[in-house]
Ligand binder design. Structure first.
Ligand SMILES: NC(=O)C1=CN([C@@H]2O[C@H](COP(=O)(O)OP(=O)(O)OC[C@H]3O[C@@H](n4cnc5c(N)ncnc54)[C@H](O)[C@@H]3O)[C@@H](O)[C@H]2O)[C@@H](O)CC1
Ligand SMILES: Nc1ncnc2c1ncn2[C@@H]1O[C@H](COP(=O)(O)OP(=O)(O)O)[C@@H](O)[C@H]1O
Length: 314
């Protein structure tokens, strides 16, 4: 790695020629910029002022995704982490981490969540471990997109279910109401989102991230060896701190938990995406240093989050 690419060093903005479109690509943020965003608890904090994270995750087919996303959310600082999952997944999630509040997702009523206040921040993550073949999950998703009154992160199988005219319309309506939405697709999910919005799925990743952000009126973190974070300002932020050790099943679920937790602690959506992605990448690097790039698994990113936080400190 040359000095230009050392994480934490300021780098120059560039204009990259993209496939049939040109977007501005901004370098990732410096360690100092990211450290300034880290939500340390106030001395008089309680579990509610530290942020209420609701996760609607983990179909019967994928209880593991619910475990990973919710444990990541709790470890990243949310004060109250509540998991709504399939009845068949509940015992797995409860056994995995007793501090999580685990409920059946039939009891999830997004419209009953109180409006999010600055002194009682909250956010919702939906979709990690959704089985996109389970069409009944569509109404759970669409009802949440329509009625959840705070920042909402959509990930995993829910992105496939969102990729149609109804999903597009509901995301735009949230934006009009001032409610932030964050989408965290991998390449396959991004292509589906593009098809659902009649966006050219063959665009290069930075341009695709910007086009999806514009279409869905959302912050988009398009994941890959370099992750591109875009909102509707026409510029993509490149986050290239990661390592191929992250290329294992479940690491995306952990990322959704990290970003969701930061949203639940009141961090602005684009900042939460940038900080969450950087912490995820740094946790991967710290885990690989200790365990080798072969042996890291998604659970290790949760274990190594403290090392990632320390890596950002000045
Ligand atoms: N332990 C668990 O319970 C896990 C559950 N998971 C959940 O499994 C569900 C299905 O997610 P998957 O991502 O496995 O499958 P998807 O149904 O999203 O599709 C994967 C397909 O997309 C294609 N694709 C194209 N570009 C890709 C890229 N950059 N990365 C990955 N796939 C790409 C692949 O060819 C593959 O056939 C999600 O809800 C997810 O949250 C996964 O996160 C893995 C771990
Ligand atoms: N070669 C790589 N280098 C750096 N980061 C990677 C690499 N491959 C994957 N990642 C990261 O790993 C995560 C994988 O997420 P995702 O594909 O959603 O996994 P899953 O669905 O199994 O949870 C993303 O954050 C992505 O940026």
């Amino acid at each position: 790695m040359n000095a230009e690419n050392t994480p934490g060093r300021p780098r120059a903005e560039m204009t990259a020629p993209m496939h049939r479109e040109t977007v501005r690509v901004r370098p990732g943020r410096t360690n100092a910029e990211l450290a300034a965003l880290v939500p340390h608890p106030a001395a008089d904090a309680n579990k509610y002022t530290r942020g209420h994270l609701s996760l609607v995750v983990g179909s019967a087919a994928y209880p593991g995704a619910a475990c990973l996303a919710s444990a990541a959310g709790e470890r990243a600082g949310a004060g109250y982490t509540e998991v709504f999952c399939a009845g068949k997944s509940m015992i797995t999630v409860r056994g995995w981490r007793p501090s999580l509040v685990v409920r059946d997702w039939h009891t999830w009523k997004p419209e009953r969540i109180a409006a999010v206040r600055a002194d009682r921040p909250a956010a919702c993550v939906i979709g990690c471990g959704f089985d996109a073949e389970e069409r009944a999950l569509t109404s759970l998703l669409m009802e949440t997109v329509r009625a959840y009154p705070g920042p909402l992160l959509i990930d995993g199988g829910a992105l496939t279910l969102l990729a149609n005219a109804t999903g597009l319309r509901l995301c735009r309506r949230r934006a009009e109401a001032g409610l932030p939405t964050v989408l965290t697709p991998h390449g396959g999910e991004a292509a589906r989102l593009a098809r659902g919005a009649q966006v050219d799925e063959t665009l290069e990743p930075p341009a695709l991230a910007c086009a999806l952000a514009d279409a869905y009126r959302a912050v988009v973190a398009l994941k890959g060896p370099t992750t591109f974070i875009a909102s509707s300002d026409g510029a993509a932020e490149a986050m290239d701190r990661g390592t191929a050790a992250l290329a294992k099943a479940g690491t995306g679920d952990v990322l959704a938990g990290f970003i969701g937790s930061l949203l639940a602690q009141g961090i602005a959506p684009r900042d939460a995406a940038a900080l969450g992605c950087a912490l995820h990448a740094e946790a991967g690097r710290a885990a690989a240093d200790a365990l080798t790039d072969i042996c890291v698994s998604a659970e290790d990113l949760i274990t190594y989050l403290p090392a990632a936080l320390r890596a950002l400190e000045p």
